[in-house]
Every structure is written in C-alpha cells, then in structure tokens.
Ligand binder design. Structure first.
Ligand code: SF4
Length: 315
C-alpha cells in the first residue's frame, strides 16, 4: 500500500472549530481521534471563508426563479451565492490533491443530503437538497469519496468510505501519476478480491472495461473505470460476500496445507460466516499461511489490507 500522506477535506466545525452560525462546533471524536491519526485534514468553513462573522444570521437554500441560492434566512434579498462561488474557485486547485471529503450534515452549505430547500415565498419545498458548497465539490470531483460526519457512525458506511479513500489514493498514485493501460490492468488485478467482496458481478463488468483497454482514449477509460469502481464500493458489503471471497482465497492453499491446517482455516471461515469471530480472524490465518507459502499474486491483493489495521474496521 502507498504510504504517502492522504489528504482529506473536512468541514472545519467537524474538527471542533467554533465556526458555526451560533458560535458552536460539531466536533466528531471519531473523525478527530481515529481518522486524524491516518489522514491529513484540510479543514475549511466556507461560510467563514466568505467573510461571514461568528456568530452570524442563519442562512438557507432557496429556489429563486430557476436558480438555487444561498440566502439569509430572514431576508432572501441577501444572497451569498456569488461569495460562495468565489470561495469554491479559490479552493478548487487544492481539491485536486484530496482523496476524500467529510462534510458536516444538515448544513445549507456543507450538507450532502436531506437539506431543506425553500421556495420564492419562503415556503418549504422539500428536504432533498444539498448544501451548495458540497454540491460544487461533488460536481467538480464526481469520483471523490464524500461522506457526512454522522453517517460515519454506521460501520458499513464507515468501512465503505475509508475503503474508497484508500482506493482513490492508490488510483491517483499508481495509475494517474504514470498513466498507461498496463498500469490500469495491474491496478485492477490487485483489487480483484476487494471488488468481489463488494459486488462479484461488478468485478466482471469492470474487468470487461479493462480488457478493452487500448480501444478507448486513456482519460475516458480511467474516468469510466473509477466511476464504476466507486459506485461498486459505495454500497456496504456483508458477511456473505466476504465469506465468498475468503473461500476463494482458501482455494489458493489447497495444495499446501495439511489436513489439520485445512480444517482450522475452514472452521475460521465458518465461524466468521456465522458471526462468532470478526473478519480479522480468518484474514490473520490466511496471512499466516501466505507467509509460510508465498504467492505474489495473493500478496499483492489489496483485499488482505485495504486500509491501516489500526482503524480496527475488521476487528
Ligand atoms: S457546516 Fe460548513 S459552513 Fe457550517 S460551520 Fe461547519 S464548516 Fe462552516
């Protein structure tokens, strides 16, 4: 795994900065204490960067004419959209070096989903909006892994997000930094079992795209590949799919293990399937066998260590 620094954008209030409209913060201990140990955060409060004070009047998303604006909640004539656009343009260059973004939920500026959108007369139109800064980031970098602070408390979403951040990082460094069809084929080969663990059918579909490498322009191919990969990893996986992958990996050692070792490995996989032990148990045993019976193809599989063990996601 590449060990270079992973830069992740974050809403400043999630790190504990007192920049919210009411002078408070939305510190997430998981983000600061756990993810802060492995990511280098690039915090920004877009509203403060626009020149707004702390505390400040509340703002909201409002549909005016056919346009979506960020306006003062009490006076929709006070529009902040142009200022926000300027802040985004100032930040845009830095964002190309990010491998993920953690946004603060429920904010008309940073929220990713379920944001209230008001109509011309101030009536609530719906709650399916997105914060305007989050929208700009996601439009400019559609494959950038993004998540809201609160959703990171869900173990499946947390693992999915962190997996995507590391995949995105490897893709930028191993494929985009030295672009070639061969680099993509190698990348895909190393991610085989990881993708299988999320969606075996998508592994086949993405494989077909890669096997056509050379027909498409590289930029188009990379963009299609990363889009499909990120979509695949966005839906949290489950015990059944992991068990399927573990059984595939078990097959690599058939010729080498003695009957007792075979039984021990099969039992660990079954205990994982039944929920008696965490994923780390069979993975640790597989890694032990891999050290004893080296296999380059397996050693290179990202599935065995998709993110740092210290995050405890498999324990
Ligand atoms: S949600 Fe975004 S705009 Fe609001 S305080 Fe946090 S960082 Fe600033």
């Amino acid at each position: 795994m590449s060990t270079s620094t992973i830069h992740v954008g974050v809403s400043a209030c999630v790190l504990g900065d007192k920049v919210r409209f009411d002078g408070g913060h939305k510190r997430s201990n998981y983000v600061t204490d756990y993810l802060g140990a492995v990511f280098r955060f690039e915090p920004i409060c877009p509203e403060v960067a626009m020149g707004m004070p702390v505390p400040r009047p509340a703002i909201r998303v409002q549909e005016l004419g056919n346009e979506i604006h960020l306006v003062d909640s009490k006076d929709s004539a006070l529009r902040h959209t142009d200022s926000l656009n300027r802040v985004f343009e100032q930040q845009r260059g830095k964002m190309a070096a990010l491998d993920g973004y953690i946004f603060c939920a429920k904010s008309p500026t940073c929220g990713v989903e379920r944001i209230k959108v008001y109509g011309e007369s101030g009536e609530l139109l719906h709650r399916k909006g997105r914060g305007l800064f989050a929208q700009q980031v996601m439009d400019a970098y559609p494959c950038l892994p993004v998540e809201e602070d609160g959703r990171l408390n869900d173990m499946g979403l947390r693992e999915s997000f962190i997996t995507k951040v590391y995949v995105h990082h490897r893709f930028r460094h191993d494929v985009l930094a030295k672009p070639s069809a061969a680099a993509l084929v190698d990348f895909h080969s190393r991610h085989k079992f990881l993708v299988m663990a999320y969606n075996p059918k998508m592994y086949q579909a993405i494989g077909r795209l890669v096997s056509g490498a050379g027909k498409e322009h590289l930029d188009t191919l990379f963009s299609q590949y990363l889009t499909m990969l990120m979509q695949t990893l966005s839906k949290p996986t489950n015990r059944r799919k992991h068990t399927n992958v573990l059984m595939h990996l078990q097959g690599f050692f058939k010729k080498y293990l003695d009957p007792q070792e075979k039984q021990e490995l099969a039992e660990q996989i079954d205990k994982y399937r039944l929920g008696y032990v965490p994923l780390l148990a069979p993975i640790t045993l597989l890694q032990h066998h891999l050290r004893k019976y080296p296999n380059d193809y397996l050693s290179n599989q990202v599935y065995l260590a998709p993110y740092p063990e210290q995050l405890g996601l498999r324990a």
